[in-house]
Design a protein around this ligand. Structure first.
Ligand SMILES: *Cc1c(COP(=O)(O)O)cnc(C)c1O
Length: 361
């Protein structure tokens, strides 16, 4: 099976993990601190706080921002459910803003006034342009799970030039992996402290009361990334640049190989931007037949995503198909073709050949 996404693990990644295993610190310790410094430097952000997953990172960001009951939090309908669930975790109410078919990102010009927060998703790794935001809510959180390594004229995604926090995922299909893992970057010291407290049971050390003493100030969780995984993260991060270049090369190759076929190609990055190409999502006619045909041929295509409001959990948001016409239209044909730094030109040629066979019998 040619997978749609895959981790790249080299001997130096293995050595980095083994080194932690031979030491005496397994859970959150010096390797997490190093990984956070490496990530903050890579993103040109003041702070990075590591978590056990991208979902945990989004949950922590919503909590650290003080979102709660009564708050309305908008996100894209074309995203993984965690982008909306993070609002629900803290008792806030998610809502949706339709996508722009030209970028597949949420329409920033259609963000209504009066929202409390926006979870801005960089779909497929194409940075959402927050400079065009019609109304800036109190809190802007980037869901940058697809976009580590991508850039805008403002700098690298994660520098929070136009947001309060940016959340990353290190699941194996994402730009770098720690097995499971995530992180939040921010330039705000108070938010960084709230994030660190949230991942560690809401505790704060109180040394004046004794070396052992601490207080639980707020409700938190155990969202601590182990050192074993953080060491993998630092090792992976060193290779990110090359992987993004390879992803962009494969994307250009797809564009030329697919140019004669009846498919809608994904939006390219505008001038001055670097696309992260986490996904290469085309739109095809008869998606179900094409999907099944490719899977039967050993091509691990996937669909990103079933729109948020199609899930029963979000039925109460009250969105009818006519309310979000752009995402309905795009979703009907959406299909993610295999794209990861380990994909060979030969495998990519086979993906295109099988797709062509199904589209033009
Ligand atoms: C992967 C992903 C997440 C969740 O990350 P996990 O590490 O799997 O919890 C959130 N949002 C988007 C857009 C994602 O792709």
């Amino acid at each position: 099976m040619i997978r749609y996404g895959s981790q790249q693990i080299d001997e130096d990644d293995i050595a980095a993990v083994v080194e932690v295993l031979r030491g005496d610190w397994l859970t959150q310790g010096p390797a997490v601190e190093r990984f956070e410094q490496d990530l903050a430097a890579r993103c040109e952000a003041r702070h990075a706080v590591a978590f056990t997953s991208g979902t945990a990172a989004l949950h922590a960001a919503a909590a650290a921002a003080g979102l709660g009951p009564g708050d309305r939090v908008a996100t894209s309908p074309l995203t993984f459910s965690a982008s909306a669930a993070c609002a629900k975790y803290v008792g806030a109410t998610p809502t949706l803003v339709d996508i722009d078919p030209a970028t597949l990102n949420l329409r920033v010009d259609a963000v209504p006034d009066g929202l409390d927060a926006l979870v801005a998703v960089h779909y497929a790794g194409l940075p959402i342009d927050l400079s065009g935001l019609a109304h800036r809510p109190r809190v802007v959180i980037e869901d940058a799970a697809h976009a580590l390594g991508a850039r805008t004229p403002d700098g690298p995604v994660g520098n929070c030039a136009r947001s309060d926090m940016a959340c990353f995922s290190f699941h194996p299909v994402k730009p770098i992996t720690t097995g499971e893992g995530g992180a939040v970057t921010t330039n705000d010291g108070a938010l960084a402290e709230a994030l660190r407290r949230f991942r560690n049971h809401g505790t704060v050390p109180t040394p004046a009361q004794g070396g052992w003493a601490y207080e639980v100030r707020s409700l938190g969780l155990n969202y601590r990334l182990p050192d074993i995984q953080a060491a993998l993260g630092s090792s992976q991060l060193r290779k990110l640049e090359g992987w993004i270049i390879r992803r962009n090369d494969l994307a250009s190759r797809y564009r030329s190989l697919l140019s004669e076929l009846p498919v809608v190609l994904p939006p390219a990055a505008p001038e001055g931007h670097l696309h992260g190409y986490h996904l290469f999502a085309v739109q095809v006619p008869e998606r179900r037949r094409i999907f099944d045909g490719l899977r039967a041929a050993g091509i691990g295509v996937q669909v990103h995503y079933v729109p948020i409001h199609h899930h029963p959990l979000y039925a109460d948001l009250g969105f009818e198909p006519d309310d979000l016409p752009a995402v309905e239209r795009v979703y009907a044909g959406l299909l993610s073709l295999p794209l990861h730094p380990g994909l060979s030109d030969a495998d990519q040629d086979r993906v295109v050949a099988e797709l062509a066979r199904l589209l033009v019998p």
